[in-house]
Design a protein around this ligand. Structure first.
Ligand SMILES: Cc1ncc(COP(=O)(O)O)c(C=O)c1O
Length: 399
């Protein structure tokens, strides 16, 4: 019986996307897609693969050369002690990696501690595996990090794993090495697994450090980490990601889920991944620097909105997760708007201002009262959205 899937919610991001289709000339700050294009190293490798008729079935877990390059990258950049490319499995983007891990690791009723707020597919994947997400707040006052005592207090007899996502979507919070050491201690003490979502590993600002928890002593054995080419190489639509972990039993289960859901990941795209990893890595730093510029430009504009929206610039990822002034006049929204202030604000901005955004409530209970914008869009688009907000909130236009 598959009834349980009826209780797995779709992300509100889908509802927003549908709303955006009816908006003329929208500012698409709702979805987490970068405006950059994939580098030539990726595109040339894919073109070559097409010309050479690399269009046949492949190894289920991915091309050996790709897994070798990924293993080397994980050792060099993430300090993860991968000693065998068999530890790596190529997936249909990070979202697929998360699905594989949840299905291979969780029993029905197992609890997984998740950040609140958090990217909705995290909850969706846990629920689809018939397990139970247990929210643990990320605090704005702690730069959107956990209070580790509070995290430890969420552990109970059914807790099987902690999911962490740093840099975080939607808040942009980055966990420090100290945070991760603390979490490693908690995981070891309670014999828990860690699911580490590192989709934004290359998007850190102001000198923030991205640390992979699997690099800490004794943690590789109890961690499954997921990564993606989507953000690092601007390959969101091409769908390429990977998972790494040492436990062969869990990996064998993941391989079954991968085989039965996809057989193997698209061949041409895997060749593109090889091109990306063999080629110059300069694009990653170029993207990062440009994103920092866009972040600063967006927050300068937000600071001019008389406090209707506010928050500190994030240290990672490419989202502005902004507090909505509780005194904001909801009667500005049609019919008073929905009872959730974040949905009311989102509908107001979309319908009246053509500005795509996602209500904080969609990311968990602790996200209510906030709204998320993606600042990985072109500068012109960000400026257009800011102008639109200024006129909606009655702030004089810039001269
Ligand atoms: C936190 C997080 N993890 C994983 C992903 C997966 O991305 P993809 O499936 O495009 O690789 C995303 C995408 O937005 C994300 O925000």
């Amino acid at each position: 019986m598959a009834d349980y899937l009826d209780s797995v919610p779709f992300s509100g991001i889908i509802r927003i996307r549908d709303m955006m289709y009816s908006v003329p000339d929208p500012f698409r700050l709702d979805q987490g897609d970068v405006s950059f294009d994939a580098p030539n190293s990726v595109k040339d490798a894919m073109i070559r693969a097409v010309r050479e008729n690399r269009s046949h079935y492949l190894q289920t877990t991915g091309l050996p050369r790709l897994r070798e390059l990924i293993s080397e990258k994980l050792r060099r950049r993430n300090d993860i002690p991968v000693d065998d490319p068999d530890d790596v499995m190529v997936t249909n983007g990070g979202i697929h990696g998360l699905y594989l891990i949840c299905h291979a690791l969780l029993e029905p009723g197992d609890e997984v501690i998740v950040p609140d707020p958090e990217w909705p597919p995290c909850m969706g994947s846990i629920l689809a595996a018939r397990a139970v997400p247990v929210g643990c707040p990320l605090h704005e006052s702690l730069a959107w990090r956990f209070d580790l005592d509070e995290l430890a207090s969420k552990i109970g007899p059914r807790t099987r794993a902690i999911y962490l996502n740093s840099p975080n979507n939607p808040t942009g919070g980055v966990l420090t090495r100290g945070d991760l050491e603390g979490m490693a201690g908690i995981a070891m003490k309670h014999d828990l697994w860690i699911i580490s979502d590192e989709a934004y590993e290359d998007v850190v600002f102001d000198g923030a450090e991205h640390v992979s928890i699997a690099s800490l002593a004794g943690m590789y054995e109890r961690t499954f980490s997921l990564f993606t080419f989507s953000k690092t190489f601007a390959m969101t639509g091409l769908r390429l990601g990977y998972v790494v972990g040492r436990d062969p039993k869990i990996r064998e289960r993941m391989k079954k889920v991968l085989f039965y859901t996809a057989s193997n990941i698209a061949s041409v795209v895997q060749y593109g991944g090889i091109g990306g990893l063999e080629g110059s890595q300069a694009c990653t730093e170029e993207f990062r620097r440009e994103l920092q510029g866009r972040r600063d430009l967006f927050y300068e504009g937000i600071a001019e909105l008389d406090g209707v929206l506010s928050g500190k610039p994030p240290r990672g990822a490419f989202y502005a997760f902004l507090r909505i002034d509780p005194a904001w006049r909801r009667d500005g929204a049609e019919g008073g708007g929905p009872s959730s202030i974040s949905w009311a604000m989102a509908e107001y901005l979309i319908k009246r201002g053509r500005i795509g955004c996602v209500p904080g409530a969609d990311f968990g209970l602790n996200g209510e009262g906030y709204i998320r914008f993606c600042f990985a869009r072109e500068r012109q688009e960000l400026l257009g959205a800011l102008d639109s907000m200024r006129s909606l909130f009655g702030v004089p236009a810039r001269t």
